[in-house]
Design a protein around this ligand. Structure first.
Ligand SMILES: NC(=O)c1ccc[n+]([C@@H]2O[C@H](COP(=O)([O-])OP(=O)(O)OC[C@H]3O[C@@H](n4cnc5c(N)ncnc54)[C@H](OP(=O)(O)O)[C@@H]3O)[C@@H](O)[C@H]2O)c1
Length: 331
């Protein structure tokens, strides 16, 4: 029976599909008609057209699968586009889980987001910490909290669901490319003019994919598990980019408080000029960087045997993959 992966053309999904194929599994991918097919080129994957917002096509994709990895989501740090984010992420997950219940799927692993884990400045965040609903949250963050709610409702109804929570992903097979991929490309092309200090938990693509596999095999029903590789400051990251690309970091290191104001102004203009484009630089992204949140990985380590690798190695793999695919020219 094939394993279904949603979001297989996305950064995480493309890496997960490759791991499953390497393990010798038959893989089916649910993809929107509009999706780029580059992620599946030369891969032995059954691609089924559909949209999570449409129950009938979701049901057709799920039918006949025992295991489902639900990685698809509208990922965005914009303060706008609520409706699309809500429909893809929350209603889409509801459809997927309903279809899984209806067709007798054995287990669904749903990708969660670290931005939907609570925050306490005094200690690293773990799986027990709920998000404060009165905090300023991005539509995407709210949607990922609601996704977990959908998962718990499905568990109550008898479905076996586990959440694999991801931090900011870095690594190869980044076809769109992702926000982190675009920063690396700009850096490697000498087009990154400035950066903002701050920090975040980053996860290597190989680690978050391994996390999904571990959760599928050993995770407890109704639980979530946080996967990160390491916390790094943006200065650390710039050092890695310098070593890997051979380019110097931008000289402008901008104060985060000032950048929060600039990001707000850029966001207002971007919403008018290009409302459908995913903005590169948003107040929400600056806010997350400034929070410098840490993750506590005890649960994934002790229950699942999770062993993270290295963010620098993941940056290297992402860079090599961009070179190999001709996205970047070798210097
Ligand atoms: N990237 C990160 O740093 C990060 C951090 C934390 C959590 N996560 C979580 O990790 C998961 C994967 O993220 P990613 O970085 O791989 O995202 P991504 O590269 O943007 O890919 C998202 C995938 O979801 C698909 N999708 C979106 N809406 C859909 C819909 N209505 N119906 C069917 N497919 C739909 C997209 O298809 P199209 O190509 O057609 O748009 C794409 O294949 C998400 O659940 C995200 O919330 C990611």
């Amino acid at each position: 029976m094939p394993v279904l992966v949603t979001g297989g053309s996305g950064h995480l999904g493309a890496n997960l599909v490759r791991l499953l194929l390497d393990e010798g599994r038959a893989v089916r991918a649910l993809e929107r008609r509009e999706s780029g097919r580059e992620a599946f080129a030369a891969l032995d994957v059954e691609v089924v057209s559909g949209d999570l917002r449409d129950y009938a096509s979701t049901l057709a994709a799920v039918r006949g699968c025992e295991r489902v990895y639900h990685c698809a989501a509208r990922v965005s740090s914009a303060d706008s586009r609520h409706r699309e984010i809500y429909e893809c992420n929350v209603l889409g997950t509801r459809h997927l889980l309903r279809a899984a219940l209806e067709t007798g799927v054995q287990r669904v692993v749903v990708t969660g987001s670290f931005s939907a884990v609570g925050h306490d400045p005094a200690r690293p965040s773990d799986e027990t910490m709920p998000v404060d609903p009165f905090e300023r949250l991005l539509p995407y963050q709210r949607s990922k909290v609601a996704v977990e709610h959908e998962c718990l409702k499905a568990v109550v109804e008898g479905l076996d669901v586990v959440v694999a929570t991801s931090c900011a992903i870095i690594g190869p097979n980044d076809f769109k490319p992702s926000r982190m991929g675009r920063v690396l490309l700009d850096f490697a092309r000498g087009r990154l003019r400035a950066y903002i200090p701050g920090g975040f938990e980053f996860v290597a693509a190989r680690d978050i994919v391994e996390g999904h596999r571990l959760v599928m095999d050993k995770g407890r029903t109704g639980h979530k598990y946080i996967f990160s590789t390491a916390f790094h400051t943006v200065d650390d990251l710039m050092g890695m980019y310098e070593r890997i690309t051979g380019r110097p970091r931008p000289r402008l290191r901008l104060p985060p408080a000032a950048m929060a104001v600039v990001a707000w102004a850029v966001d207002v203009v971007a919403r008018r000029v290009a409302p459908d484009a995913e903005p590169r630089f948003t107040p929400g992204a600056v806010r997350l960087l400034r929070m410098q949140r840490r993750a506590d990985l005890t649960k994934a380590r002790t229950e699942l045997g999770y062993r993270p690798t290295s963010v620098e190695a993941a940056v290297g793999e992402a860079y090599e993959d961009f070179l190999r695919r001709g996205v970047l020219a070798r210097r």
